[in-house]
Design a protein around this ligand. Structure first.
Ligand code: CAA
Length: 398
Protein backbone atom coordinates (compact mmCIF):
# COMPACT_ATOMS: atom_id res chain seq x y z
CA UNK A 1 0.00 0.00 0.00
CA UNK A 2 1.32 3.44 -0.92
CA UNK A 3 2.61 5.53 1.97
CA UNK A 4 1.19 9.06 2.18
CA UNK A 5 2.06 11.91 4.53
CA UNK A 6 4.16 15.00 5.16
CA UNK A 7 6.94 15.36 2.59
CA UNK A 8 7.95 18.92 3.55
CA UNK A 9 6.99 21.22 6.40
CA UNK A 10 7.99 24.71 7.49
CA UNK A 11 6.68 27.69 9.45
CA UNK A 12 6.75 31.47 9.32
CA UNK A 13 6.38 33.86 12.25
CA UNK A 14 6.16 37.67 12.26
CA UNK A 15 9.23 39.86 12.61
CA UNK A 16 8.43 41.10 16.11
CA UNK A 17 7.86 39.61 19.52
CA UNK A 18 7.16 40.62 23.09
CA UNK A 19 9.22 39.33 25.99
CA UNK A 20 6.88 37.65 28.50
CA UNK A 21 8.85 38.86 31.51
CA UNK A 22 8.36 42.46 30.33
CA UNK A 23 4.66 41.82 29.69
CA UNK A 24 4.23 40.29 33.15
CA UNK A 25 5.93 43.28 34.82
CA UNK A 26 3.80 45.73 32.84
CA UNK A 27 0.67 43.89 34.02
CA UNK A 28 1.91 43.63 37.62
CA UNK A 29 2.06 39.81 37.45
CA UNK A 30 4.83 37.54 38.76
CA UNK A 31 6.86 36.65 35.58
CA UNK A 32 7.01 33.01 36.71
CA UNK A 33 3.29 32.74 36.08
CA UNK A 34 4.00 33.25 32.36
CA UNK A 35 7.38 31.47 32.23
CA UNK A 36 6.44 28.43 34.34
CA UNK A 37 2.68 28.55 35.02
CA UNK A 38 1.77 29.01 31.35
CA UNK A 39 5.12 28.09 29.80
CA UNK A 40 5.74 31.02 27.46
CA UNK A 41 8.94 33.06 26.97
CA UNK A 42 8.11 35.14 23.90
CA UNK A 43 4.96 36.04 22.03
CA UNK A 44 4.93 36.70 18.29
CA UNK A 45 3.39 40.05 17.33
CA UNK A 46 2.28 40.66 13.72
CA UNK A 47 2.39 44.17 12.27
CA UNK A 48 -0.47 45.23 10.05
CA UNK A 49 1.08 44.14 6.74
CA UNK A 50 1.75 40.63 8.12
CA UNK A 51 -1.79 39.32 7.70
CA UNK A 52 -2.73 35.63 7.49
CA UNK A 53 -2.19 35.50 3.72
CA UNK A 54 1.23 37.22 3.81
CA UNK A 55 2.44 34.88 6.58
CA UNK A 56 1.06 31.83 4.74
CA UNK A 57 2.67 32.84 1.43
CA UNK A 58 6.03 33.32 3.16
CA UNK A 59 5.81 29.85 4.70
CA UNK A 60 4.63 28.10 1.53
CA UNK A 61 7.16 29.86 -0.69
CA UNK A 62 9.97 28.27 1.30
CA UNK A 63 8.96 24.69 0.44
CA UNK A 64 7.16 24.71 -2.91
CA UNK A 65 9.40 24.15 -5.96
CA UNK A 66 8.59 24.79 -9.63
CA UNK A 67 8.01 21.06 -10.09
CA UNK A 68 5.65 20.97 -7.07
CA UNK A 69 3.61 23.83 -8.55
CA UNK A 70 2.71 21.62 -11.55
CA UNK A 71 1.79 18.65 -9.34
CA UNK A 72 -0.27 20.39 -6.64
CA UNK A 73 -3.98 19.74 -7.16
CA UNK A 74 -5.28 21.45 -4.02
CA UNK A 75 -4.35 24.39 -1.83
CA UNK A 76 -6.13 23.92 1.50
CA UNK A 77 -5.98 26.99 3.75
CA UNK A 78 -7.04 26.51 7.37
CA UNK A 79 -7.68 29.54 9.56
CA UNK A 80 -9.94 30.83 12.26
CA UNK A 81 -8.88 34.44 11.71
CA UNK A 82 -10.12 34.83 8.14
CA UNK A 83 -10.89 38.34 6.89
CA UNK A 84 -13.51 37.35 4.32
CA UNK A 85 -16.67 35.29 4.84
CA UNK A 86 -16.80 34.29 1.20
CA UNK A 87 -13.53 34.43 -0.74
CA UNK A 88 -11.04 31.79 0.37
CA UNK A 89 -7.59 32.89 1.55
CA UNK A 90 -6.28 29.96 -0.53
CA UNK A 91 -7.06 31.81 -3.77
CA UNK A 92 -4.43 34.47 -2.96
CA UNK A 93 -1.81 31.80 -2.26
CA UNK A 94 -2.68 29.98 -5.49
CA UNK A 95 -1.90 33.18 -7.43
CA UNK A 96 1.07 34.41 -5.34
CA UNK A 97 2.91 31.09 -5.66
CA UNK A 98 1.89 30.41 -9.27
CA UNK A 99 0.28 27.00 -8.68
CA UNK A 100 -1.02 25.31 -11.86
CA UNK A 101 -4.45 26.72 -12.80
CA UNK A 102 -6.44 23.47 -12.53
CA UNK A 103 -5.71 23.13 -8.82
CA UNK A 104 -8.54 24.00 -6.43
CA UNK A 105 -8.04 26.34 -3.49
CA UNK A 106 -10.36 26.50 -0.52
CA UNK A 107 -10.55 27.49 3.13
CA UNK A 108 -11.31 25.25 6.11
CA UNK A 109 -12.54 26.40 9.50
CA UNK A 110 -12.98 24.75 12.82
CA UNK A 111 -11.08 26.75 15.44
CA UNK A 112 -7.66 25.18 16.08
CA UNK A 113 -8.76 21.87 14.54
CA UNK A 114 -9.14 23.21 10.94
CA UNK A 115 -5.56 22.45 9.91
CA UNK A 116 -5.91 18.82 10.91
CA UNK A 117 -9.14 18.55 8.90
CA UNK A 118 -7.14 19.91 5.95
CA UNK A 119 -4.27 17.49 6.48
CA UNK A 120 -6.55 14.44 6.73
CA UNK A 121 -8.43 15.54 3.64
CA UNK A 122 -5.11 15.96 1.77
CA UNK A 123 -4.05 12.49 2.95
CA UNK A 124 -7.24 10.93 1.56
CA UNK A 125 -6.84 12.74 -1.77
CA UNK A 126 -3.23 11.67 -2.27
CA UNK A 127 -4.07 8.06 -1.27
CA UNK A 128 -6.41 8.01 -4.28
CA UNK A 129 -4.08 10.08 -6.52
CA UNK A 130 -0.54 9.13 -5.49
CA UNK A 131 1.10 11.00 -8.37
CA UNK A 132 -0.35 14.31 -7.19
CA UNK A 133 0.38 16.64 -4.25
CA UNK A 134 -1.63 18.84 -1.86
CA UNK A 135 -0.40 22.03 -0.21
CA UNK A 136 -1.87 22.42 3.30
CA UNK A 137 -1.51 25.80 4.99
CA UNK A 138 -2.50 26.98 8.45
CA UNK A 139 -2.28 30.66 9.31
CA UNK A 140 -3.71 32.56 12.25
CA UNK A 141 -3.47 35.62 14.43
CA UNK A 142 -4.42 34.92 18.03
CA UNK A 143 -5.87 38.13 19.52
CA UNK A 144 -7.60 38.31 22.88
CA UNK A 145 -7.05 41.99 23.71
CA UNK A 146 -4.75 44.14 25.84
CA UNK A 147 -5.13 43.39 29.56
CA UNK A 148 -7.54 40.53 28.78
CA UNK A 149 -7.48 37.12 30.52
CA UNK A 150 -6.03 35.53 27.40
CA UNK A 151 -3.42 38.24 26.63
CA UNK A 152 -0.47 36.03 27.57
CA UNK A 153 -1.67 33.28 25.21
CA UNK A 154 -1.70 35.34 22.00
CA UNK A 155 0.67 34.82 19.05
CA UNK A 156 0.72 34.60 15.25
CA UNK A 157 2.21 32.46 12.53
CA UNK A 158 1.74 30.13 9.60
CA UNK A 159 2.64 26.53 8.78
CA UNK A 160 2.94 25.09 5.28
CA UNK A 161 3.23 21.42 4.45
CA UNK A 162 3.29 19.40 1.30
CA UNK A 163 1.37 16.12 1.41
CA UNK A 164 2.62 13.51 -1.06
CA UNK A 165 3.06 9.79 -1.64
CA UNK A 166 6.32 8.31 -0.31
CA UNK A 167 6.85 11.30 2.01
CA UNK A 168 10.33 12.11 3.30
CA UNK A 169 9.29 13.13 6.83
CA UNK A 170 6.18 11.43 8.23
CA UNK A 171 3.92 8.79 6.69
CA UNK A 172 0.45 8.94 8.24
CA UNK A 173 -1.62 5.98 9.43
CA UNK A 174 -5.20 5.62 8.14
CA UNK A 175 -6.72 4.87 11.54
CA UNK A 176 -7.55 7.99 13.54
CA UNK A 177 -10.02 8.71 16.32
CA UNK A 178 -12.01 11.93 16.58
CA UNK A 179 -14.60 13.30 18.98
CA UNK A 180 -17.13 16.13 18.65
CA UNK A 181 -19.09 17.96 21.36
CA UNK A 182 -21.19 21.09 20.96
CA UNK A 183 -19.44 23.33 23.52
CA UNK A 184 -18.86 26.99 24.29
CA UNK A 185 -15.31 27.16 25.60
CA UNK A 186 -13.98 29.57 22.97
CA UNK A 187 -15.93 31.02 20.07
CA UNK A 188 -16.04 34.16 17.94
CA UNK A 189 -19.37 35.23 16.44
CA UNK A 190 -19.09 37.07 13.11
CA UNK A 191 -19.57 40.50 14.76
CA UNK A 192 -16.83 40.04 17.39
CA UNK A 193 -13.26 41.32 16.93
CA UNK A 194 -11.91 39.04 19.66
CA UNK A 195 -13.19 35.67 20.88
CA UNK A 196 -15.44 34.95 23.80
CA UNK A 197 -13.53 32.54 26.00
CA UNK A 198 -14.15 30.60 29.19
CA UNK A 199 -10.44 30.24 29.94
CA UNK A 200 -10.46 27.72 32.78
CA UNK A 201 -13.30 25.72 31.26
CA UNK A 202 -11.48 25.55 27.92
CA UNK A 203 -8.43 23.93 29.53
CA UNK A 204 -10.63 21.47 31.47
CA UNK A 205 -12.57 20.53 28.35
CA UNK A 206 -9.35 20.05 26.38
CA UNK A 207 -8.04 17.66 29.07
CA UNK A 208 -11.39 15.85 29.31
CA UNK A 209 -11.60 15.33 25.53
CA UNK A 210 -7.98 14.14 25.42
CA UNK A 211 -8.78 11.58 28.12
CA UNK A 212 -11.98 10.39 26.41
CA UNK A 213 -10.14 9.92 23.11
CA UNK A 214 -7.04 8.24 24.46
CA UNK A 215 -8.99 5.77 26.61
CA UNK A 216 -11.18 4.84 23.63
CA UNK A 217 -8.10 4.66 21.38
CA UNK A 218 -6.51 2.26 23.89
CA UNK A 219 -9.57 0.00 23.58
CA UNK A 220 -9.73 0.13 19.78
CA UNK A 221 -6.03 0.14 18.88
CA UNK A 222 -4.06 -1.11 21.92
CA UNK A 223 -0.98 -2.18 19.95
CA UNK A 224 -0.83 1.07 18.03
CA UNK A 225 -1.01 3.06 21.26
CA UNK A 226 1.79 1.04 22.90
CA UNK A 227 3.87 1.72 19.82
CA UNK A 228 3.69 5.52 20.25
CA UNK A 229 7.10 6.90 21.13
CA UNK A 230 5.99 10.49 21.64
CA UNK A 231 2.88 12.66 21.34
CA UNK A 232 2.79 16.21 20.05
CA UNK A 233 -0.11 18.33 21.26
CA UNK A 234 -2.02 21.37 20.13
CA UNK A 235 -0.28 23.95 22.32
CA UNK A 236 -2.24 27.16 22.97
CA UNK A 237 0.45 27.61 25.63
CA UNK A 238 3.15 25.07 26.35
CA UNK A 239 1.85 23.95 29.75
CA UNK A 240 -1.28 22.54 28.06
CA UNK A 241 0.10 19.20 26.85
CA UNK A 242 1.90 18.71 30.15
CA UNK A 243 -1.44 19.12 31.92
CA UNK A 244 -2.88 16.31 29.74
CA UNK A 245 -0.03 13.93 30.52
CA UNK A 246 -0.28 14.78 34.23
CA UNK A 247 -4.00 13.98 34.12
CA UNK A 248 -3.11 10.47 32.90
CA UNK A 249 -0.53 10.08 35.65
CA UNK A 250 -3.01 11.06 38.34
CA UNK A 251 -5.81 8.74 37.26
CA UNK A 252 -6.87 5.82 39.43
CA UNK A 253 -8.60 3.86 36.67
CA UNK A 254 -7.09 3.92 33.20
CA UNK A 255 -6.30 1.75 30.19
CA UNK A 256 -3.00 3.56 29.71
CA UNK A 257 0.16 1.90 30.95
CA UNK A 258 2.12 4.30 33.27
CA UNK A 259 5.37 3.39 31.47
CA UNK A 260 3.89 4.77 28.27
CA UNK A 261 3.01 8.04 29.98
CA UNK A 262 6.58 8.23 31.32
CA UNK A 263 7.91 7.67 27.79
CA UNK A 264 5.69 10.42 26.35
CA UNK A 265 6.77 12.77 29.16
CA UNK A 266 10.44 12.18 28.28
CA UNK A 267 9.88 13.74 24.84
CA UNK A 268 7.47 16.44 25.91
CA UNK A 269 9.85 19.32 26.64
CA UNK A 270 11.44 19.12 23.19
CA UNK A 271 7.99 19.34 21.57
CA UNK A 272 7.44 22.77 23.16
CA UNK A 273 10.58 24.53 21.87
CA UNK A 274 9.06 26.64 19.08
CA UNK A 275 5.74 27.20 20.86
CA UNK A 276 7.53 28.74 23.87
CA UNK A 277 9.06 31.33 21.53
CA UNK A 278 5.95 32.08 19.50
CA UNK A 279 2.73 31.63 21.50
CA UNK A 280 -0.57 30.40 20.14
CA UNK A 281 -0.89 30.19 16.36
CA UNK A 282 -4.28 28.50 16.74
CA UNK A 283 -4.71 25.90 13.98
CA UNK A 284 -0.96 25.62 13.32
CA UNK A 285 0.02 25.18 16.98
CA UNK A 286 -0.01 21.37 16.90
CA UNK A 287 2.32 21.51 13.90
CA UNK A 288 4.77 23.87 15.64
CA UNK A 289 4.87 21.20 18.33
CA UNK A 290 5.48 18.51 15.69
CA UNK A 291 8.25 20.63 14.11
CA UNK A 292 9.82 21.14 17.54
CA UNK A 293 9.96 17.36 18.03
CA UNK A 294 11.39 16.79 14.55
CA UNK A 295 14.04 19.50 15.00
CA UNK A 296 15.04 19.32 18.64
CA UNK A 297 14.36 15.80 19.95
CA UNK A 298 17.63 13.91 19.43
CA UNK A 299 16.14 10.72 20.88
CA UNK A 300 13.61 10.16 18.10
CA UNK A 301 14.60 7.67 15.45
CA UNK A 302 13.39 6.83 11.97
CA UNK A 303 10.79 4.07 11.95
CA UNK A 304 9.32 5.20 15.27
CA UNK A 305 5.64 6.05 15.51
CA UNK A 306 4.47 9.33 16.96
CA UNK A 307 1.01 10.57 17.89
CA UNK A 308 -0.57 13.96 17.29
CA UNK A 309 -3.41 15.31 19.40
CA UNK A 310 -5.44 18.00 17.69
CA UNK A 311 -7.98 20.11 19.57
CA UNK A 312 -10.28 22.87 18.32
CA UNK A 313 -12.61 24.66 20.68
CA UNK A 314 -16.27 24.34 20.06
CA UNK A 315 -15.21 21.41 20.12
CA UNK A 316 -13.54 18.78 17.93
CA UNK A 317 -10.49 16.69 18.84
CA UNK A 318 -8.60 13.99 16.96
CA UNK A 319 -5.74 11.64 17.74
CA UNK A 320 -3.81 10.45 14.71
CA UNK A 321 -0.43 8.87 14.19
CA UNK A 322 2.44 8.56 11.75
CA UNK A 323 5.81 6.91 11.22
CA UNK A 324 9.08 8.88 11.04
CA UNK A 325 10.63 8.21 7.63
CA UNK A 326 14.24 7.25 6.91
CA UNK A 327 16.34 10.42 6.77
CA UNK A 328 13.59 12.62 8.22
CA UNK A 329 16.18 14.69 10.12
CA UNK A 330 17.83 15.77 6.87
CA UNK A 331 14.49 17.10 5.67
CA UNK A 332 13.93 19.47 8.57
CA UNK A 333 16.35 22.22 9.53
CA UNK A 334 17.17 22.95 13.16
CA UNK A 335 19.53 25.75 12.07
CA UNK A 336 16.85 27.22 9.80
CA UNK A 337 14.35 27.15 12.65
CA UNK A 338 16.73 28.91 15.01
CA UNK A 339 17.71 31.51 12.38
CA UNK A 340 14.05 32.23 11.66
CA UNK A 341 13.24 32.69 15.37
CA UNK A 342 16.40 34.66 16.15
CA UNK A 343 15.98 37.16 13.29
CA UNK A 344 13.08 38.74 15.17
CA UNK A 345 13.11 42.13 16.81
CA UNK A 346 11.75 42.76 20.31
CA UNK A 347 8.97 45.31 20.79
CA UNK A 348 8.75 47.05 24.14
CA UNK A 349 5.34 47.00 25.78
CA UNK A 350 4.41 50.52 24.65
CA UNK A 351 5.22 49.67 21.02
CA UNK A 352 3.32 46.37 21.33
CA UNK A 353 0.25 48.19 22.66
CA UNK A 354 0.39 50.84 19.93
CA UNK A 355 0.78 48.13 17.30
CA UNK A 356 -2.17 46.21 18.75
CA UNK A 357 -4.47 49.21 18.27
CA UNK A 358 -3.61 49.49 14.57
CA UNK A 359 -6.31 47.64 12.69
CA UNK A 360 -7.72 47.84 9.20
CA UNK A 361 -11.21 49.28 9.24
CA UNK A 362 -13.83 47.25 7.44
CA UNK A 363 -15.29 50.48 6.13
CA UNK A 364 -12.14 51.60 4.36
CA UNK A 365 -12.28 50.91 0.66
CA UNK A 366 -8.83 52.25 -0.21
CA UNK A 367 -5.81 52.03 2.10
CA UNK A 368 -2.13 52.12 1.49
CA UNK A 369 -1.14 49.67 4.24
CA UNK A 370 2.57 50.38 4.42
CA UNK A 371 3.63 53.96 3.94
CA UNK A 372 7.36 53.46 4.49
CA UNK A 373 8.47 50.45 2.45
CA UNK A 374 12.06 50.91 3.69
CA UNK A 375 10.98 49.44 7.04
CA UNK A 376 9.87 46.13 5.47
CA UNK A 377 11.71 42.82 5.64
CA UNK A 378 12.13 40.52 2.61
CA UNK A 379 9.08 38.44 1.79
CA UNK A 380 5.41 38.87 0.96
CA UNK A 381 3.40 41.61 2.65
CA UNK A 382 -0.05 43.18 2.44
CA UNK A 383 0.56 46.25 0.31
CA UNK A 384 -2.81 47.93 -0.10
CA UNK A 385 -6.54 47.60 -0.01
CA UNK A 386 -8.37 49.07 -2.94
CA UNK A 387 -12.12 48.83 -3.50
CA UNK A 388 -12.22 46.36 -0.55
CA UNK A 389 -9.73 44.07 -2.33
CA UNK A 390 -6.43 43.03 -0.73
CA UNK A 391 -3.28 43.27 -2.84
CA UNK A 392 0.08 41.78 -1.85
CA UNK A 393 3.62 42.54 -2.89
CA UNK A 394 7.02 40.97 -2.32
CA UNK A 395 10.33 42.44 -1.20
CA UNK A 396 12.97 40.18 -2.69
CA UNK A 397 16.14 41.89 -1.49
CA UNK A 398 16.97 44.19 1.40
N1 CAA B 1 4.75 30.83 39.44
C1 CAA B 1 4.51 29.66 38.81
N2 CAA B 1 3.26 29.29 38.41
C2 CAA B 1 2.24 30.17 38.60
C3 CAA B 1 2.45 31.41 39.24
C4 CAA B 1 3.77 31.72 39.67
N3 CAA B 1 4.04 32.87 40.27
N4 CAA B 1 1.26 32.05 39.29
C5 CAA B 1 0.34 31.23 38.71
N5 CAA B 1 0.94 30.10 38.30
C6 CAA B 1 0.32 28.96 37.60
C7 CAA B 1 -1.01 28.55 38.15
O1 CAA B 1 -0.87 27.71 39.26
C8 CAA B 1 -1.61 27.84 36.94
O2 CAA B 1 -1.05 26.54 36.84
P1 CAA B 1 -2.02 25.27 36.54
O3 CAA B 1 -2.80 25.60 35.31
O4 CAA B 1 -1.07 24.14 36.35
O5 CAA B 1 -2.89 25.15 37.73
C9 CAA B 1 -1.06 28.63 35.76
O6 CAA B 1 0.03 29.40 36.27
C10 CAA B 1 -2.07 29.58 35.15
O7 CAA B 1 -2.61 30.33 36.20
P2 CAA B 1 -4.13 30.75 36.19
O8 CAA B 1 -4.99 29.57 35.90
O9 CAA B 1 -4.41 31.55 37.39
O10 CAA B 1 -4.10 31.71 34.90
P3 CAA B 1 -5.20 32.56 34.23
O11 CAA B 1 -6.41 32.73 35.08
O12 CAA B 1 -4.50 33.79 33.77
O13 CAA B 1 -5.68 31.71 32.95
C11 CAA B 1 -5.56 30.73 30.81
C12 CAA B 1 -4.81 31.02 32.12
C13 CAA B 1 -6.89 30.05 31.12
C14 CAA B 1 -4.73 29.83 29.94
C15 CAA B 1 -5.84 32.10 30.08
O14 CAA B 1 -4.61 32.64 29.66
C16 CAA B 1 -6.75 31.98 28.88
O15 CAA B 1 -7.96 32.09 29.03
N6 CAA B 1 -6.20 31.75 27.65
C17 CAA B 1 -7.01 31.62 26.45
C18 CAA B 1 -7.76 30.30 26.37
C19 CAA B 1 -6.84 29.10 26.14
O16 CAA B 1 -5.73 29.20 25.65
N7 CAA B 1 -7.38 27.90 26.42
C20 CAA B 1 -6.65 26.67 26.17
C21 CAA B 1 -7.56 25.51 25.90
S1 CAA B 1 -8.64 25.92 24.52
C22 CAA B 1 -7.67 25.65 23.14
O17 CAA B 1 -6.68 24.98 23.19
C23 CAA B 1 -8.07 26.29 21.84
C24 CAA B 1 -7.24 27.51 21.64
O18 CAA B 1 -6.14 27.45 21.09
C25 CAA B 1 -7.74 28.80 22.17
Amino acid sequence: MVKVGIDKITFHVPHHYVDMVELAKARDIDPNKFLIGIGQEKMAVPTIEEDIVAMAANAANRIVTEEDKELIDQVIFATESGFDFSKSAGTYIHQMLGIQPFAKAYEVKHACYGGTAGLISAFNYVKLNPERKVLVIMSDISRYGLNSGGEATQGAGAIAMLVTANPRILSLDSETLSLTENQFDFWRPSYAEVPYVQGKYSTELYIEMFNTIIEEYAKRYPERLSDLQAISFHLPFTKMGRKCLQSLENKEETNINPELVERWFSHYQDSTFIGRQVGNVYTGSLYLSLMSLLNFDDNLEEGQRIGMFSYGSGAVAELFTGILQPGFKENVSKEGTLLHLNRRVKLDIKAYEENFEKTLSNEDGVIEVVKDKETLHPGFYLDRIDDHRRYYNEITTK
